[in-house]
Design a protein around this ligand. Sequence first.
Ligand code: UD1
Length: 426
Amino acid sequence: MERFRVVGGARLVGEVRVPGAKNSVLKLMAAALLAPGTTTIREVPEILDVQIMGELLQRLGCTVQRDADAAAVCITVPEQPGHQADYDLVRRMRASICVLGPLVARCGAADVARPGGDAIGSRPLDFHVDGLERLGATVETEHGFIVAKAPQGLVGAPIWLDFPSVGATENLLMAAVLARGTTTIDNAAREPEIVDLAVMLTQMGARIGGIGTSTLEVEGVDALHPVDHATVPDRIIAGTWAIAAAMTRGDVTVRHARAEHLEIALDKLATAGAEVARLPDGFRVSMDRRPRAVDVVTLPYPGFPTDLQPMVLGLNAVAEGSAMVTENVYEARFMFVDELARLGADVRTDGHHAVVRGRERLSGAPVRATDIRAGAGLVVAGLVADGVTTVSDSHHIDRGYPGFDAQLRALGADVTREPDPDDFAG
Ligand code: UD1
């Protein structure tokens, strides 16, 4: 096990390129199951989750070839894929659940292990299950598996989601494209990753209306064909660089990014005092003063992303003034606050609100990454802490931020990896 060692006092200056989005590519890989033949996905990030999804697809009978130099993955799907996703893979990666919809649609059956608990709060699957039932599947939990069956195929139906869940929207969209007749998904999530998936499905021959809105209309088709598709840039990585540039009073040009996917986050940084310039292939964030505190409320897209909440807590922790950060998506995401407090941040939480009183500097200390985003937030906070911060359980960070330490070094920070002496499991 390794940890990140961060020496405080850096000012991030330079240029970074953002890879394809983790939260998109995993769903695109699952969508490949919908068509026999070889689908190629490009702009694939070098992360463990891609490897786990590849293993899962291989167990379902697919051939998966990774071309790291070209950042591409080729998935060859057989006429009759398997339909069982085991707990050993689902446990390692929750997003494995996104094979549920495509498998029921393609095979008329799916046995997908139920993911267990999670560090960011309860993550139920009731919308996925209810939606599949609306499409005519029977769904039971048996021996730890979600067992879905639709031997006669799925049938289009109207579906309403209680909350615009990203995963449920994706699963139901992938199920509906091969259902007989018309499906509408109301109160659908409309994150850029869902648009990316809908665009790829359309290229495969699916008929989807309302892409990018909260009502998706799907006209089922008999079969889809494989395609070659490039993953949308990762807006959470791009947003992390933007916030880190402002926090460290730096000047960072973020390439291969879409400013329009980060409107609220970039606007918050402008309110905090940063200069934000849009470029044809990204944006540039520079800051020459201490940030002003900014109130933030996380919401489904186009609201402020919950995945950038740890970074914005860090920004407010060193800002001038006080701010309220409200978390509306994941109940337990404030677990990370206790780690930030170890760096001297003044944060009080009450339910889903956190009040942050800014301090001039934080103070380096050993801390632990509890999940991907909390881990990245702690590394960035370490950049504005006096002395050395170590962030244990760095494998969480690697799941969302390929080559984070190398990129931080390229921007002038002193960030390295070292063995974690606290890891007795060794
Ligand atoms: C995805 C992202 C994650 C991001 C989240 C919200 C991936 C792999 N992960 O997660 O990084 O933080 O979107 O932007 O894409 N809910 C239910 N019942 C359900 C499904 C969800 O109650 O059946 C609730 C969840 O508990 C949560 C909220 O809906 O409170 C949002 O969850 P959802 O949008 O489904 O998140 P994920 O798709 O799991």
